[in-house]
Design a protein around this ligand. Structure first.
Ligand code: FAD
Ligand code: NAD
Length: 470
């Protein structure tokens, strides 16, 4: 049977569009179907818009608080929220236009509409105007991503009670913001609003915010966020949210000992309690593709679903819901589908773009111990790094974890300036199976923030030069 395409990719986020571009580059006849926006969550309402706001709010904070210490005195500093929002939209437009262009120029077909399976080799695609068409393919890649999770009894109305989709538009600025969920989104957007002048309260169900991070890092993060004025209420759950003409009345109760109890009013509530996979509209059952109890597509280690000619990548398969993980999966899967060698066993670094940034790769101290490693750790403060001091951003530290018996490098954790860029050398070291000795042996340029990584690496063996070894 002749199919319309060799491969059809469903969803044009960082997973799907990268897969589509690479498939086309490799000469496969392919199409990418997208129902809402080219570039997906990441480019339109996720990574990029949130980082535009973060960078601007950081600059605002820097001009007000840090620049005077550097001898730079400016007049009154104000934020033009409408202009900031337009600046964000311009960047989004530029990048999403680029995605479309790259797909087209590389030879992929672009089909705009919502896809659902008719049978294992046929998709029905319906445009927003209601027109539909059917296409067939030998193989499919499901890359439909995720959407914000809601809580029972907590109706997100997009005005007073908002998700991150609305949170990335700061123009209707809340003077008092409640953030439900102290995870990635809650702390990133909470940091933005705090830096722009809002009073921010974060409610977290668990005993700590950013619970998946290394214990030392999350403690330092909570300390620094509190110092910046963000109020953090852990072990606390929201039991009622009532929208009034002036704002939102929220009732909170302890989820465990030490939790907060009380009723308070806020201008807005941002709900950031995780994300759910976009699988409901796909009719995956008609294609014989299994999902788990939470709706995530079940795949094996080669990203193959329960149907051998259908694959899935990115947020829709769960695990780390990160754009670079989705893209890497898309790229590698394209190689596999073209018959090339593909690299599916990879280490994924992660970053939280707060002030300061947080980034990590490999095991946390808790994970390393759970896995039976006898560990050794090195820690170096940015307060003793000349470059961090000159930047006026000397909070935080680098923590390196190694195996005390084998010297294997197990994990690197950074809280401090440009952590998201600094972590990349650690990812490379882990990829190549570096020992702590290898990691110590690399020469870092002086004066750079990378020297803090070097010192922390030396620290695992008590060999730091610019700090007292303990
Ligand atoms: P998505 O980007 O969600 O794309 C899926 C696409 O599929 C969407 O465009 C959707 O419209 C389309 N689609 C869905 N169903 C259908 C259908 N039936 N037919 C056709 N098309 C369909 N990650 C990072 O790594 N770094 C960050 O800094 C970062 N910041 C974030 C900030 C926020 C506020 C949010 C919400 C997320 C952030 N993320 C970040 C996470 C990142 O956005 C996701 O991990 C990433 O977008 C996942 O890519 P994906 O391709 O799997 O899915
Ligand atoms: P998250 O899983 O990071 O954090 C959700 C938090 O909400 C958790 O700490 C959880 O304990 C808490 N929570 C859950 N239910 C609650 C309740 N009823 N009351 C109070 N707290 C509750 O999810 P997120 O922040 O929504 O982000 C979703 C995903 O998007 C992340 O897991 C991440 O993968 C991705 N993301 C990544 C980045 C980045 O890479 N920098 C940025 C933003 C989002």
């Amino acid at each position: 049977m002749a199919f319309d395409y060799q491969v059809v990719v469903i969803g044009a986020g960082p997973g799907g569009y990268v897969c589509g571009i690479r498939l086309a580059q490799l000469g496969l006849k392919c199409a990418v179907v997208e129902k809402q926006y080219w570039g997906g969550t990441c480019l339109n309402v996720g990574c990029i818009p949130s980082k535009v706001l973060l960078d601007a709010s950081h600059l605002y904070h820097h001009i007000k608080e840090v620049a005077p210490e550097q001898g730079i005195v400016v007049g009154e500093v104000k934020v033009d929220l409408k202009k900031l929002n337009q600046h964000k939209l311009n960047i989004v437009k530029r990048l999403t236009g680029g995605v479309k262009l790259l797909l087209e120029k590389n030879g992929a077909d672009l089909i705009f509409g919502a896809a659902s399976f008719v049978d294992p080799h046929t998709l029905e695609i319906t445009t927003p105007e209601g027109k539909s068409q059917r296409i067939t393919a030998e193989k499919f890649v499901v890359a439909t991503g995720s959407t914000y999770r809601t809580l029972p009894g907590l109706g997100i109305d997009g005005k007073r009670v908002i998700s991150s989709d609305e949170g990335i538009d700061p123009t209707d600025f809340p003077q008092r913001l409640l953030v439900i969920g102290g995870g990635y989104i809650g702390m990133e957007l909470g940091s933005v609003y705090n830096a722009l002048g809002a009073e921010v309260v974060v409610v977290e169900f668990l005993p700590e915010i950013l619970a998946t991070l290394d214990q030392d890092i999350r403690k330092e993060a909570a300390k620094l966020f509190k110092r910046q004025g963000i109020e953090i209420r852990t072990n606390t759950k929201v039991t009622q949210v009532k929208t009034t003409s002036k704002g939102v009345k929220v009732t909170m109760e302890p989820a465990a000992e030490g939790g907060f109890a009380g009723s308070e009013s806020f201008d807005k509530v941002l709900v950031a309690v995780g994300r759910v996979p976009n699988t409901e509209d796909l009719a995956l059952d008609r294609a014989g593709v299994k999902v788990d109890e939470k709706g995530f597509v079940v795949v094996d280690e080669h990203l193959t679903t329960s149907q051998p000619h259908i694959y899935a990548i990115g947020d829709v398969i769960g695990g780390a819901m990160l754009a670079h993980k989705a893209s890497h999966e898309g790229y590698q899967l394209a190689e596999k589908l073209a018959g090339n060698w593909a690299h599916f066993d990879f280490t994924v670094p992660a970053a939280v773009f707060t002030f300061p940034e947080i980034a990590y790769v490999g095991m946390t101290e808790e994970e390393a111990k759970e896995k039976g490693h006898e560990i050794k750790t090195g820690k170096f403060s940015f307060g003793a790094n000349g470059r961090a001091l000159s930047l006026g951003e000397a909070d935080g530290f680098v923590k390196v974890i190694g195996d005390a018996k084998t010297d294997e490098l197990l994990g690197v954790h950074i809280i401090g300036p440009h952590a998201s860029d600094l972590i990349n050398e650690a990812t490379m070291a882990l990829l190549f199976g570096a020992s702590c000795e290898d990691f110590q042996a690399a020469v870092r340029i002086h004066p750079t923030l990378g020297e803090a990584v070097h010192e922390a690496a030396l620290g695992v063996d008590g060999k730091m030069i610019h700090a007292i070894n303990r």
